[in-house]
Ligand binder design. Structure first.
Ligand code: GAR
Length: 214
């Protein structure tokens, strides 16, 4: 069954593009049913036909709650199987999350639980970490704290700055997100009563990108 994905994005949209490319290449059995943004000029919106674009500013909705309620209505009307945050830089309100329990994924540029929030690359460099990476996790009301489904690691190299490290991480983000989405599309990864099952067994340990090729 083709997976229906509602993608939330605030910026560039390279993760969205990786999803669109995989679908077009027949490598992901999914359909992007809408791209939703809090930034009307987000590059991500330009990556899909106009009929699939939705954007509002928080200002135009009057309040944070108003924005999230309007967003939730729009997302719901696209009848997605999963909501995929791909560089969505607003914190989703508990009311939004409650409307789609265990149906929201995010990709975060760190090896969670390390470096929740912003400036993850600089923080990894400042801490002298030997490795850094990205995590795909379920979105819950607590920021960047939901169950981690998959992680990809990269080395932190001498001379790295936040920009070079971010580029190295981004290169593994795309295959990592696709790995998780393929497992969902294949019905191998599914949620049951708040627990994620991989091939019928509780998925306690995050999958690694390496297992994508197995
Ligand atoms: C990605 O690095 C993603 O992990 C990060 O924003 C970037 C979006 O890139 N997300 C967050 O920091 C969420 N807290 P993209 O727009 O090119 O996909």
């Amino acid at each position: 069954m083709t997976l229906r994905l509602a993608v939330l994005a605030s910026g560039r949209g390279s993760n969205l593009q990786a999803i669109l490319d995989a679908i077009a290449a027949g490598k992901l059995d999914a359909q992007v049913v809408g791209v939703f943004s809090d930034k009307p000029d987000a590059q991500a919106l330009q990556r899909v036909p106009e009929t699939l674009r939705w954007s509002r500013t928080a200002k135009s909705c009057g309040s944070r709650e108003g924005f999230d309620a309007t967003l939730a209505d729009a997302v719901e009307s696209s009848t997605p199987d999963w909501i995929v945050c791909a560089g969505y830089m607003r914190i989703l309100s508990p009311a939004f999350i409650a409307r789609f329990p265990d149906r929201i994924l995010n990709i975060h540029p760190s090896l969670l639980p390390k470096y929740k929030g912003l400036h993850t690359h600089q923080r990894a460099i400042d801490a002298g970490d030997a490795e850094h990476g990205a995590s795909v996790h379920l979105v819950t009301a607590e920021l960047d704290a939901g169950q981690v489904l998959a992680q990809a690691r990269v080395p932190v190299l001498p001379g790295d700055d936040a920009e070079t490290l971010a580029a190295r991480v981004l290169a593994v983000e795309h295959p990592l997100y696709l790995h998780v989405l393929r497992l969902l599309a294949a019905g191998r990864l599914r949620e049951q009563a708040g627990q994620l099952l991989l091939d019928g067994h509780p998925a306690y340990t995050p999958l690694s990108l390496e297992s994508a090729h197995s």
